[in-house]
Write a protein that binds this ligand. Structure first.
Ligand SMILES: C[S@@+](CC[C@H](N)C(=O)[O-])C[C@H]1O[C@@H](n2cnc3c(N)ncnc32)[C@H](O)[C@@H]1O
Length: 197
C-alpha cells in the first residue's frame, strides 16, 4: 500500500490514462481490460464511454479502492473488478476487444507470460496499448520529484525492453504499429501499440 501512496493523485486521475483510453477509443458494448488498474484512473474514464470494463488488479488494497470507486460510479454496472495479474488475468479466452496497461509492465513477473496471456484473451480485431512512463528522462514533468529521493529514483518504470515486447507480440500474431520510446500526454514513455487481426 505504502509503495503506491506517493502516486495516489496520479493513480486517481492521470492524463496518461486519459490519453490511452482516448487513443483506443472503446465503443459502447465492447469489453475492455485495464491491466493493473490501480485506483482506476483508466477504468473509470473508459466506463463512461459505454463499454464494459474489466479492471484486473492483483493488490488487495487497490482492489478495495477500485470497488469503492466503482460503487459511486454511474457506470458501475459495466465495471468488474478482478483479482488477477497480467500473467493470469482470469478472464475468458478471446473475450477482450481492447486492452491496456499503464505503468505496470515493469511489475510483471514475466513479460513473456504477460504476452502469452494477452494472446489468449484478445479476440479478433482487438486493440492493445502498453505504456510505461519514463520517469528517468529529465524531460518528464515528474523527473525532479523522483530524482530527489534515492528510493524513488530506484523505481525504474521504463525498465522494459520495448524491442523484446514488440518481437513477442509479432510472434503471437499481432500487428505492431509502434514499439519503442515516444511521448504520450507530453510525457516520455515506452509505448507499444498493436492490433490483433
Ligand atoms: C504504478 S501502479 C499503476 C496503476 C494504474 N495502471 C495507473 O496508471 O494509475 C502499478 C499497478 O500495477 C499493479 N501490478 C503489480 N504487479 C502486477 C502484475 N504482475 N500484473 C498486473 N499488474 C500488476 C499494482 O498492483 C499497481 O496497481
Amino acid at each position: 500500500m505504502l509503495r503506491y501512496a506517493r502516486f495516489a493523485r496520479e493513480m486517481w486521475h492521470s492524463e496518461v490514462n486519459e490519453a490511452v483510453v482516448n487513443r483506443l477509443a472503446p465503443r459502447p458494448g465492447e469489453t475492455v481490460m485495464d491491466i493493473g488498474a490501480g485506483a482506476g484512473a483508466g477504468s473509470m474514464v473508459a466506463a463512461k464511454t459505454g463499454c464494459n470494463v474489466v479492471a484486473v488488479e492483483p493488490t488487495p488494497y487497490m482492489r478495495k479502492v477500485l470497488e469503492a470507486r466503482r460503487a459511486t460510479s454511474s457506470a458501475r454496472k459495466r465495471i468488474t473488478v478482478v483479482d488477477g495479474t497480467a500473467e493470469a488475468t482470469g478472464v475468458d479466452a478471446g473475450s477482450i476487444d481492447v486492452a491496456w496497461a499503464v505503468n505496470t509492465m515493469h511489475h510483471w513477473g514475466s513479460i513473456e507470460a504477460g504476452i502469452a496471456e494477452l494472446d489468449r484473451v484478445l479476440g479478433p480485431n482487438s486493440r492493445l496499448l502498453l505504456v510505461d512512463e519514463d520517469f528517468d528522462d529529465p524531460t518528464h514533468p515528474e523527473y525532479d520529484k523522483f530524482k530527489s529521493k534515492k528510493e524513488e529514483h530506484s523505481h525504474h518504470f521504463a525498465s522494459v525492453d520495448p524491442g523484446a515486447v514488440r518481437a513477442q507480440l509479432i510472434e503471437a500474431g499481432l500487428d505492431v504499429a509502434f514499439g519503442g520510446y515516444d511521448r504520450i500526454a507530453q510525457r516520455p514513455a515506452i509505448i507499444i501499440e498493436a492490433t490483433r487481426p
